[in-house]
Design a protein around this ligand. Structure first.
Ligand code: NAD
Length: 335
């Protein structure tokens, strides 16, 4: 059931609205005629939030979650202590504690405030490590989550929060919806500073390199992943939240590529010859991971449509533009 505000507009809360996916979600919902409150500990880095209301709140605290959830029909919950593989491999206690507090307090606040629907952003990091030891992976199906052996820290907490969503639905009737994202990328994502993901890091390195230069690649480059363009991600979230499907659902692309392949694709987009220097001492995460999209297609009658080349082109141009604005692209690299 969806309640509408007094002015007839549907009202949504987006947590993590200062972050990458949250910011895109705000824009998507406003575009669909929603009234949106964005909440985060920080404002969006690269452009102002299009949310009608933006509040800074630390959602580890129950009273802040309660205030964030006031008067809304739907919650899209993205706030999390989060980073790329370098960050989530290095930091376990803080990430697990912060995210467990945020998720538990958000669910309870949504219940207390009578929220109609609650979307939760889970991750492919919940899938068992033992299924991801080979680069040539069998795509992961939703039921593969158990017996559990998730990524330590970050992935374990996501699995816990998925279950907590289920308990709130079963015990309290809160309509929770859960998607497991597989490597989301696109413009306005973090591309520097240690929390960036592989596509953004590679775009930055290639943009900063001159034709013929060598760049550092983490691991041996043969580790594989699939990558989901952020606009497909928010479309999928919206469709899932509207649907009756209450079980966790993969939201990813099922086109597999190696990290070396990703470097070659970005170099091609940039029009540069790039050599790779592999550093096997750097974290590379699981060896291979892909999304099985059978259920996604079945449940939503939809799947992501943006090709990796199209998505990376938009991402590369944006990162290159940001680096230019910051005066970080050396004169000899400028075309
Ligand atoms: P992000 O880091 O850009 O956004 C998360 C936001 O949460 C940040 O803006 C951060 O400031 C905010 N936040 C952190 N602690 C907070 C707190 N205590 N109170 C309020 N806000 C707080 O990350 P993202 O890539 O946009 O990811 C969004 C969600 O999707 C996260 O839950 C993440 O775990 C999940 N996810 C993302 C990916 C991906 O590839 N990007 C993959 C799987 C899952």
């Amino acid at each position: 059931m969806h309640v509408t505000g007094v002015d007839g507009m549907r009202r949504a809360l987006v947590t993590g609205a200062g972050g990458f996916i949250g910011h895109h979600m705000v824009r998507y919902l406003v575009g669909r005629g929603y009234w949106v409150r964005g909440v985060d500990v920080k404002a969006p880095e690269y452009e102002p939030s299009p949310a009608q209301e933006f509040e800074r709140r630390d959602l580890r605290h129950p009273e802040e979650c309660l205030a964030a959830c006031r008067g809304v029909d739907e919650v899209y919950h993205f706030a999390a202590d989060m980073g790329g593989i370098g960050y989530i491999t290095a930091v376990h206690a803080e990430v697990t504690r912060n995210n467990a507090l945020i998720d538990a307090n958000m669910l309870e606040a949504a219940r207390l405030q009578g929220v109609g629907r609650f979307f939760y952003a889970s991750s492919a990091c919940i899938y068992p490590m033992y299924r991801q030891r080979e680069p040539d992976v069998t795509p992961l199906r939703e039921e593969d989550a158990y017996p559990a052996d998730p990524e330590p820290g970050y992935g374990l907490e996501k699995l816990f929060a998925e279950e907590l969503c289920r308990y709130y639905r079963e015990d309290h009737g809160l309509e929770t919806r859960v998607a497991r994202f597989h490597n989301v990328y696109g413009p306005l994502g973090t591309y520097d500073g240690g929390r960036e993901k592989a596509p953004a890091a590679i775009c930055r390195k290639v943009a900063l390199a001159a034709d013929g230069d060598e760049i550092e690649v983490w691991g041996d480059g043969k580790q594989t992943r699939s990558f989901l363009y952020v606009e497909d991600c928010v479309e999928g979230i919206y469709r899932l939240t509207r649907s009756d499907h209450a079980e966790p659902l993969n939201l990813g692309s099922d086109v597999l590529i190696s990290v070396d392949g990703l470097v070659d694709l970005v170099a091609d987009i940039a029009g540069k010859r790039i050599r790779k220097r592999h550093d096997p001492t750097k974290p590379q995460g699981v060896r291979g991971r892909n999304s099985d999209n059978s259920r996604l297609r079945e449940v939503l009658g939809w799947e992501p449509t943006t090709s990796l080349r199209e998505g990376l082109e938009a991402t590369y141009r944006w990162i290159e533009g940001e680096l230019r604005k910051a005066g970080r692209i050396p004169a000899e690299v400028r075309a």
